[in-house]
Design a protein around this ligand. Structure first.
Ligand code: SIN
Length: 359
């Protein structure tokens, strides 16, 4: 008799506890931040023939719902839903897709029911998309870009933990107002200064001189720094009505250079040239002659450095006389994005130089 009573009590207790836990879970779901994941492809969605294949796989093969279902732990921290923007290897990223993502991010973040965005992306051009969004997103809400270096099918794939960390970062108060962030390998990088530094290692994203913004430790973000350059809500660039971006090309300075590439670009209808100069943005004499002529055809010329570090903020007097602009510490490929957006607003060289000093 006593035993039956005990069993009955245990059953009642279990039922009451389950109902309470159920209430707690459902009220918890309502309180959790709402995070939208926009998927674009890349290795994080890559599929290989075997678990040991780490290169030569098909990037962007796996759809967003499969990626979400593979990381159910995300549901403890956010209400997560996905949208497939495209399924590409990011070396094939286009201006059209950038405009599509930028407009969609702005639309979603204007919704009071969306608290943050995560974008899954291939790592090859991840830093470019991050910087583009850093300049065109009109919100302080967190936008986090995440990729992976090993395909989703690999042994020790880095995608699932990177995605979980990205969602936790996008759901965090700490990430608000920090500009577009990159979450990979337990590190938080800022869109402006980070770059892919290694072809295959999982620790590939670094801001070699200026450093990480913070770490993700046990899933929790810890910030130590933030960029002082303008971004997101402070930015003057608006893509709402843009259907295309002005074309800006990059010329890579080198020993033995000629002006063939500069001349071809000037004849192509491009609106600007980023010169990835040797050392402190230095220009080969042969290319310089071509750039002076290109400038006369109204192309805007910006000097940057191919060294990957340091600034291009000073000049030989002759390059100032030719009104070649200075790209500050931006990499040539990020300077290309800023010049393209600058040209959507103005052709005034002083104004464009101001933008390079501020962003
Ligand atoms: C890509 O950029 O789409 C391929 C490489 C990668 O995601 O790591």
């Amino acid at each position: 008799m006593k035993k039956r009573l005990l069993v009955a009590l245990v059953i009642i207790f279990t039922m009451v506890f389950s109902v309470q836990a159920g209430f707690a879970a459902s009220s918890n779901i309502e309180e959790l931040p709402n995070i939208k994941i926009l998927a674009t492809g890349g290795t994080i969605a890559g599929s290989a023939a075997s678990s040991t294949q780490m290169t030569g796989y098909k990037a962007g093969a796996i759809g967003i719902q499969v990626l979400i279902d593979a990381v159910p732990q995300m549901k403890e921290y956010a209400n997560v839903s996905g949208e497939q923007v495209c399924k590409i290897s990011s070396n094939n990223m286009t201006d059209e897709i950038w405009l599509q993502i930028g407009k969609r991010v702005n639309e979603l973040l204007a919704d009071k029911n969306v608290d943050g965005i995560v974008i899954t992306h291939g790592t090859d051009t991840l830093e470019e998309t991050a910087y583009f969004l850093n300049l065109v997103v009109k919100s302080d809400k967190p936008v986090v870009i995440v990729g992976a270096m090993r395909p989703a099918t690999a042994i020790s794939a880095d995608g699932p933990v990177n995605l979980l960390n990205a969602v936790r970062l996008a759901a965090s108060k700490e990430a608000i107002g920090k500009g577009v962030l990159i979450a990979m390998n337990d590190e938080i990088n800022g869109a402006r200064d980070a770059t892919k530094t290694n072809t295959t290692h999982v620790s590939t994203f670094k801001a070699p001189e200026l450093g990480y913004l913070g770490y993700i430790n046990n899933g929790k973000p810890y910030f130590y720094r933030e960029s002082t350059r303008k971004h997101t809500n402070q930015s003057e660039f608006d893509i709402k009505n843009l259907k295309e971006l002005p074309v800006v090309e990059i010329v890579y300075g080198r020993a033995g250079e000629n002006r063939v590439i500069v001349d071809a670009i000037a004849a192509s209808g491009a609106k600007g040239i980023i010169y990835a100069g040797t050392g402190n943005g230095s220009i080969h004499n042969a290319a310089e002659a071509g750039l002076i002529e290109a400038q006369k055809k109204d192309l805007v010329i910006v000097r940057t450095s191919r060294t990957g570090n340091g600034t291009v903020i000073n000049s030989l007097p002759k390059w100032d006389d030719e009104h070649f602009l200075k790209g500050d510490s931006l990499s040539p490929h990020k300077a290309r994005i800023l010049l393209s957006l600058a040209l959507t607003k103005t052709n005034d060289l002083n104004e464009i130089q101001r933008m390079f000093n501020e962003y």
